[in-house]
Design a protein around this ligand. Structure first.
Ligand code: AMP
Ligand code: MG
Length: 414
């Protein structure tokens, strides 16, 4: 049986980033840049004031203090968005400027409004100023021609802000992977249908759709396919138009486990069993040259399998280079004994605490028991072979969600 890391490595080795295409910046959020971008402009674009105050010559306010303020004549005012047209700072004068306003020629510093006494036509300055004080220089953030983002950069909101500031409206990003979802099983009905006796709802279908989207893919729901060879082959052929096919069910050793059988007969199958729990029956192969991950049928197994194999696969197709959630450490909240030989991914809740992360295992760990996964936010990863852990022992955890500081008091609220 394949180890988890080897299985993932084999899947990832079979995939490459999808070709780039130009998109509007507004559609690029979350995508991966396929080109290196150089700054067409400088940031800030012009020298401007960092505060509301008075633009001055440094020599005019040398030695100024509260006891001996320097009085300057106010010769004009520049709000943000205007030019200091015609204003030149002659000795003995000041120009009133707002935050973001271009500083007038001749100005060497801006004195904060708080350090002045405003008297209409004149201003009393109570502090000396150093050259350049409170002036944001053109190009001090980005110079024209600087590489601002490299190929492979993720267009997170702050990166979008940077490009927006530079006036970059279109970027070449790796295409969003289209992921076809196929649920298999005679016993399944769609989640909004009423099951007949012996039937169940295809619970993982909608979850996988959401997970695909969260991973940066574009899901295409192809519905439920009966355990029938011809129907399955037809569905897979439709699904092969996508960049990746995800099936659920039918990859084990049952007589009706047709996904594995049709892949073996007419597609290509690289492996179908992994040394892990839950989710041992998990296949990787191709159907008509489209990569296919055959997730297990049990809903917890399929969602765990998605996290371990499909999410990194989608990220690789989307051009990401960081593919897996980083392993982290947490302390177990209670003693735990592991008897199973396979590597385990136990459903857990990880909480932030002053002393570090703490992991509480869910009470229900069956691969059919969705509550353990739904109530938690993490998987505790226990290595192959039996083992004993005491409360407080460190274990590897895989966070599936962003961790808020649960229970941490907001210092501002007191
Ligand atoms: P299979 O691998 O096809 O034998 O399925 C294993 C178990 O998972 C069986 O109990 C199936 O009824 C169940 N199952 C299969 N597909 C789904 C699904 N999409 N949602 C929920 N349960 C499923
Ligand atoms: Mg089945």
């Amino acid at each position: 049986m394949l180890r988890v890391d080897d299985a993932r490595a084999r899947i990832l080795a079979a995939l490459t980033a999808l070709p780039p295409r130009p998109v509007a910046l507004t559609e690029a959020v979350g995508a991966v840049l396929a080109e290196s971008l150089r700054a067409p402009e400088a940031l800030p674009p012009f020298d401007n004031s960092a505060v509301d105050g008075y633009a001055v010559r440094v020599g005019c306010v040398r030695g100024a203090s509260a006891a001996a303020p320097v009085t300057l004549r106010v010769v004009g005012e520049v709000p943000a968005g205007r030019l200091a047209e015609g204003l030149v700072l002659a000795p003995g004068t000041a120009v009133r400027v707002m935050t973001g306003a271009p500083v007038p020629p001749g100005a060497e510093a801006v004195v904060m409004r708080e350090d002045t006494d405003e008297r209409g036509e004149a201003v009393g300055v109570r502090e000396p100023a150093e050259a350049g004080e409170n002036i944001r220089r053109a190009g001090e953030d980005v110079r024209v021609g600087d590489e601002v983002l490299g190929a492979g950069a993720v267009l997170k909101p702050s990166a979008v802000a940077l490009l927006a500031a530079l006036g970059v409206g279109r970027v070449a990003v790796h295409r969003r992977p289209r992921v076809a979802l196929v649920a298999t099983g005679d016993e399944l009905v769609w989640p909004d249908e009423r099951p007949s006796p012996g039937q169940i709802r295809a619970s993982s279908a909608l979850a996988l759709e959401a997970l695909v989207r969260a991973a940066g893919g574009e899901p295409a729901q192809l519905g439920i396919v009966r355990d029938d060879r011809a129907a399955l082959e037809a569905a897979l052929t439709r699904a092969a138009e996508a960049d990746l096919i995800l099936t659920t069910g039918g990859v084990s050793v049952g007589d009706h486990d047709l996904v594995r059988q049709v892949l073996e007969a007419q597609g290509a199958i690289a492996f179908w069993r992994i040394d892990m729990q839950p989710g041992k029956p998990l296949a990787f192969g191709h159907w008509a040259h489209t990569p296919l991950i055959g997730l297990p049928g049990n809903p917890v197994s399929s969602l765990v399998g998605f996290e371990l194999f499909a999410r990194p696969a989608i990220r690789r197709l989307a051009g990401h280079t960081d593919l897996i959630r980083p392993p982290m450490q947490a302390r177990l909240a209670a003693d735990h004994e592991k008897r199973a030989p396979r590597r385990q991914f136990l459903r857990a809740t990880v909480r932030w605490s002053e002393t570090g992360l703490q992991a509480t295992l869910s009470a229900r760990q069956g691969s059919h028991q969705l509550t353990g996964l739904a109530e938690g936010n993490a998987l505790v990863v226990l290595p192959e072979g039996p083992g004993q852990w005491a409360a407080g022992d460190a274990v590897e955890v895989m966070l599936l969600e962003e961790l808020e500081a649960y229970g941490r008091r907001d210092p501002d609220a007191e």
